[in-house]
Design a protein around this ligand. Sequence first.
Ligand code: GUN
Ligand code: FE
Length: 418
Amino acid sequence: MKTIIKGNIINPISRLKTEYFENYAIVIENGKIIELLPADGIEKKYSGFEMLDYSGKIISPGFIDNHLHIPQVNQRARYGENLMEWLSKYILTAEDSFEDLEIAEREIKNCFNCLIANGTTTAVMYNSYHKSATDLAFQIAEKSGLKAFIGKTMMDYFTEGKQYETTDQSLKDSYDLYKKWDGRDNGRLNYIFTPRFAPACSLELLTEIGKIAKQESVYIQSHLSENKDEIEQALNKFFGFETYTDIYDKTGILTAKTIMAHCIHLSDYEFNLIRDTGCKIAHCPSSNFFLKSGSFNFSAAERKGIEFGLGSDVGAGPSFSLFDVMKSLNYAQPYHILPQKSYYYATLGNAYVLGLEKDTGNFEIGKDADLIVIDIKKYHQDFKFSTVENLLAYMIYLGHQGFITDMFVRGKKINYIK
Ligand code: GUN
Ligand code: FE
């Protein structure tokens, strides 16, 4: 497959630098970027290539969303509660409904179509606690063409008394799914072990996941320090641990392939523990606004050199759009955040979080052609800009899913799932 995509290219290079090339072309062979060059005269040099002309539109690396929940797509905007009440009032029953595979199929497809509509080419996802529904999520992910990390949520303990699954079953189901799906299609699909959070897991479950991580270097995701009541529950339940982060550290689940969501109320000691283990953070500012969880200490995370990226946290986050999440990232802080930085955390920064920086996140030669087409003029006919900073600010503050017109993963055009 040989394709050329023409348009105005934006390309994140680092936290402080984004490149912009007007009227350029991305040359793609077998799904990989082989050249980036001015579009003038390109037909002669590359005769025999399929030519896709998006002149006047913006071509960007696809967005990467490092945290969202598939069964919560239709639980968005459940307004009025903080985390623990919101979970028990709306979320856990919605997740129960994935027992029914017809419901699960409808919602999983809906979720993938939302990702496609919003230009998310790679997503890191929690499914419900069901093995069958998670297997189905992988089947749909496989067909979708997107890059996906999916895990069956593990929850062998819950403080309200309901036991959703036994420890052994939780481990066995997760391990089976991991063996079946991890690395599928040349690494396009990955399994991620998904203990929900300390209040919903037994010490034994966390310890066993820690052992697997040590032996097989698996991906892990969970939630940490999102809400004051959650922290209190975790510490009351896991007697003898000094801090919430210690619970995860001592059970061995903080690794360089672990993503902890939120990390809002961490002490300096806990932040250092995150950094020293190489654990990554999913910062989900729109979710943090919605559940009134507090705001992430962005400057401390940057200062300490912790690797983090952005997540929508759908359904606590109301929007799949990384434009919206980038906007919230700025609004949540008491100072202005450079647009280049927000954009980095939604693209290349998240590729680093996943250890995929050699495969995706920007238009470096040799990487997969994971890209989106952004049409600002569709909504803002008179749009003009003088610097890449202006362009990114426009996208971040005015962007929405209507801006995204097309999407490609590994050079292949992605279509909605029926
Ligand atoms: N903590 C444990 N489960 C969840 C969840 O589903 N959403 C959020 N935002 N936080 C959680
Ligand atoms: Fe979450």
